[in-house]
Design a protein around this ligand. Sequence first.
Ligand code: BGP
Length: 457
Amino acid sequence: MLTFPKGFLWGAAASAPQTEGHALGGGKTATTWDKWFELNPEKFNNNQGPEVTSNVYEFYKEDIQRMKEIGMNSYRTSISWARLLPDGKTLNKEAVTFYRSYFQTLRENGIEPIINLFHFDMPWWLMEKGGWETRESVEAFAFYAETAFVEFGDLVKRWATFNEPLVHIECGYLYGFHYPAIVDFKKAIQVGYHTLMAHVKAVEAFRQGHFEGEIGIILNVTPTYAKSNEDRDMEAKNKADLLIIKSFLDPCVLGEVSKDLVELLKDNELIPTTIETDKEIIKHNRVDYIGINYYQPMRVKAPETSQVPAQTPADFFASYDWPEKRINPYRGWEIYPEALYDVAMMMKNDYNNIPWFVSENGMGVADEERFLDEKGMVQDDYRVDFMKEHLGQLYKGIQEGSSCFGYHTWTFVDCWSWLNGYRNRYGFYRVDLDNNLNRSLKKSGLWYKELSQHNGF
Ligand code: BGP
């Protein structure tokens, strides 16, 4: 039996845009997702857009009973910026009522709400001004953050500023999966810098307002492994680490942007526009905790050819196909639980053993109706095995002193996933799109209940 520390968080994560539905209802204005779907619906799997998701906006009360049913003691979701402040300034009373009732009901049922502020959902009014490319976005976000602390600070004691900031940077400005889907390394770095400053300013607002509780950030940490120990491959790995691991972890936890990263950007004419006082603000506004989303490792090698100045990250490192890899064929992601132990050790050794939790981990599988038994329950043993393997590695890290305080899966009920729509399912509950979004428990939900009841397995 592996027993986890007392008070360990067992729960799941989700986000406003992927679960709420009613994307243009209840006073909410459009985000880049709503607009992109309007402009290019063909980009979205089966034409599934953000208007109809698992529709938590109307079903949250029943869903919270379902969370309780499977033993969840915590739940992370986000607030929709465009719902709370439809024009960036005016408070939407209907949104305040909804979120207050949502968070209050979670608390009344013994489920701690962990509330995040940005999950890839840039409001359209701000995107029209340039989104994260403009410095204006930093102040706009800080205002939104402060508004959320004031309106919900009595109900929320653990805040997060961003979910996976690297994703909206990479997918929007390098790889084409998020709006505006352009390829521009220099812009990507500027967008990244403004995102960092928006985070830091939100932390500053939290500290200056003396709000009760903790504030952190959720990062997708994709541990990198080099093809070999040869210098060229190790150099590629180091550059990948600077861009993918240290870019946010260093300033958020240590209060300083990595000097090596600054050098690398300088050498490649990628230095973003900054303001003199930013350094000080970064230094004095570190986080209380870190959330780490872990799905897959990153295997890297030296690129065959590269340009200076670099035009894309591919000029720094190339991806390497490890012949021994196990893969989740639906999502195309490698399954490598051992990385979670490495992450635990990295947090302990390189980041002052700051408290952290696994804020997302999970397995997306397509066509899960194949696994329905005669009683209508998805027999997702693969998901249970996936969790067991990852928890085994996490446990080892905790035994060796890493300060991990929880494990959240992605996700609680099957949810909408950006361009992938409802293709891959991750939930403990299945959502039936053909039958009024009905929820039904999967086998993994039963297992999770036991896990949480025993605080281990
Ligand atoms: C994370 C995101 C989530 C979620 C999850 C699963 O990166 O924080 O929003 O979607 O990945 O990935 P996907 O939905 O792309 O299969």
